[in-house]
Design a protein around this ligand. Structure first.
Ligand code: SF4
Length: 246
């Protein structure tokens, strides 16, 4: 299949995305794509690589990811010849947290869950974004109620830089139609009931009819299901406060 097999609406979405990313690269040469290696981020990766945009791409290896997710790094390298920069948590911070609270403390309380996310995700993200003026994410409005007002461009107050969400208006069907039309590689977990993929112990497959993010931190209420990477979605305080959760 090719882009020509898509309906005209989705062809327009794709071409607008390419223009949007090229515009971001022109305005912010140090902008980086933060990839979770999920389908949305693979759409963005495909767009960046096939357009040969000089945008850096990075991911956060929390140390608790599925092997299928980590395997996408090799897929990207072999398919596009590009290597993602991988940021990992500080070993000492992880060791101290696990020693104090256990390896599965995230099930015990929202505070301990956010502390784990703070160590394994937010702090590495802070390093990944240090010195940059913009970052790009694969968030979409229809993914959850915490994202329903997501703008395509915003000021990220938590990290004090521009933040772009070029897929904000895309639907789940838009993503998958483009993935299939362009033959974009994707995490095999998506075919096993995981529309949204995070850390292995904090993600489950969803049941028919459930919200696409229902499998993320499923033991919590839907209003708290963000990890601190996108603080504006949950009105979380700035990073300086987030990191004090530990
Ligand atoms: S998603 Fe779960 S394992 Fe991953 S950083 Fe957050 S609490 Fe820790």
């Amino acid at each position: 299949m090719t882009i020509s097999t898509l309906d005209s609406c989705r062809q327009r979405l794709w071409h607008e995305l390419l223009k949007r990313l090229a515009d971001i690269a022109r305005r912010f040469p140090d902008a980086a794509l933060a990839s979770s290696l999920a389908a949305e981020d693979m759409v963005l990766t495909h767009a960046v690589c096939t357009s040969q945009l000089p945008l850096e791409m990075f991911t956060l290896d929390t140390g608790r990811l599925h092997s299928e997710t980590l395997g996408m790094l090799d897929v990207i390298r072999s398919q596009y010849g590009r290597t993602l920069t991988v940021y990992r948590p500080l070993p000492q911070a992880v060791e101290q947290h696990v020693a104090a609270h256990g390896a599965f403390a995230f099930y015990e309380s929202i505070e301990l869950r956010k502390a784990c996310c703070g160590i394994r995700k937010v702090e590495p993200l802070r390093r990944a974004l240090a010195g940059r003026h913009a970052w790009i994410t694969g968030q979409r409005r229809s993914q959850s109620q915490t994202r329903e007002h997501l703008p395509e461009e915003e000021h990220d107050a938590a990290f004090d830089l521009r933040k772009f969400n070029p897929l904000a208006a895309w639907t789940e069907d838009d993503v998958w139609n483009v993935v299939r039309a362009l033959g974009i590689p994707y995490n095999p977990l998506h075919d096993q009931g995981y529309p949204s993929i995070g850390c292995e112990p904090c993600t489950r497959a969803i049941r028919p009819g459930e919200d696409v993010r229902a499998g993320r931190w499923w033991w919590e209420s839907s209003a708290s299901r963000e990890c601190g990477l996108h603080a504006a979605n949950t009105k979380l305080p700035p990073l300086a406060v987030v990191t004090r959760l530990d």
